[in-house]
Design a binder for this molecule. Structure first.
Ligand code: SAM
Length: 243
């Protein structure tokens, strides 16, 4: 967690949005494209993280097809579709794709992301999705907070139906499956060193169910055996039923 040293935001044109993002992150806005292999943020109406030829930004439109058959998603099989107003907490929001699937299945989703740069990328993707007809109703159900979910879950004043945990683990980050541009994200994300604390905070929030996203052959989070697991080709959802 934290902002890489010397990170700058390159604005293609002078605009308030770019300066506001830089201000929130406490980094410089530059009007000249950084050279060589420097990691930088770029704002051109959309926020992205860049290095050399690689560029990564949040893009929920790539989930549109999956949303059409939302109930066949393994995550939704684990969570069960939500008729109305059920609340899911995504304690490790990342780029928000799992949250979007939960929201598309009817959940109101509260998303926590503690890395300020990833939070900004996600915030930008959510804002843009709000303008897309097929996604606008879904993103209205999504609320993003830049906060450590371990503390936040301990302070919840209601019991959510579902809590999703998808912390990144060092092993997974080295996977050959991680596409080149997603390696940019991996440069920002820090592996989770406190899986036990995350799980304990989720248990203390008294949800109906905790869903833990794991690599298919990965160990259990904090060695806690789930009630049952739902397995995809590369991902496993460990479900701990609490009520
Ligand atoms: C593997 S990614 C999650 C990907 C996400 N499920 C998706 O669909 O895009 C894990 C994210 O959780 C964040 N994270 C890890 N521990 C956290 C915590 N205690 N509170 C908030 N965010 C956390 C990391 O910064 C990282 O962005």
């Amino acid at each position: 967690m934290g902002i890489p040293e010397n990170l700058v935001l390159y604005a293609e044109t002078v605009c308030d949005e770019a300066y506001e993002i830089s201000k929130r992150l406490g980094i410089k806005t530059v009007l000249k494209k950084p050279e060589n292999d420097i990691l930088y943020l770029k704002y051109n109406g959309e926020l992205s993280v860049n290095q050399g030829d690689l560029e990564l930004k949040g893009d929920f439109t790539r989930l549109l097809n999956r949303i059409k058959s939302i109930n066949s998603e393994f995550l939704i099989k684990a969570a069960k579709p939500s008729p109305q107003n059920m609340t899911a907490i995504d304690a490790t929001a990342g780029m928000g794709e799992d949250s979007l699937l939960l929201a598309a299945a009817g959940y109101r989703v509260i998303m926590y992301e503690y890395d300020p740069v990833i939070y900004e990328l996600l915030r930008d993707a959510l804002n843009r999705a709000g303008d897309i007809k097929e996604l606008s109703e879904t993103v209205k159900r999504m609320e993003l907070k830049c906060e450590d979910s371990i503390g936040a879950m301990q302070r919840l004043d209601f019991a959510p139906e579902v809590i999703l945990l998808d912390p990144m683990f060092p092993k997974r980050s080295k996977s050959a499956l991680v596409k080149k541009k997603f390696q940019l994200l991996k440069m920002l994300e820090k592996p989770c060193a406190n899986g036990g604390e995350l799980l304990n905070a989720a248990i203390a929030a008294h949800p109906g169910k905790i869903i833990i996203k794991r690599p298919l052959k990965g160990g259990y989070l904090a060695d806690k055996k789930p009630s049952y697991s739902i397995k995809g080709k590369v991902i496993r959802y460990d479900c701990i039923v609490m009520s």
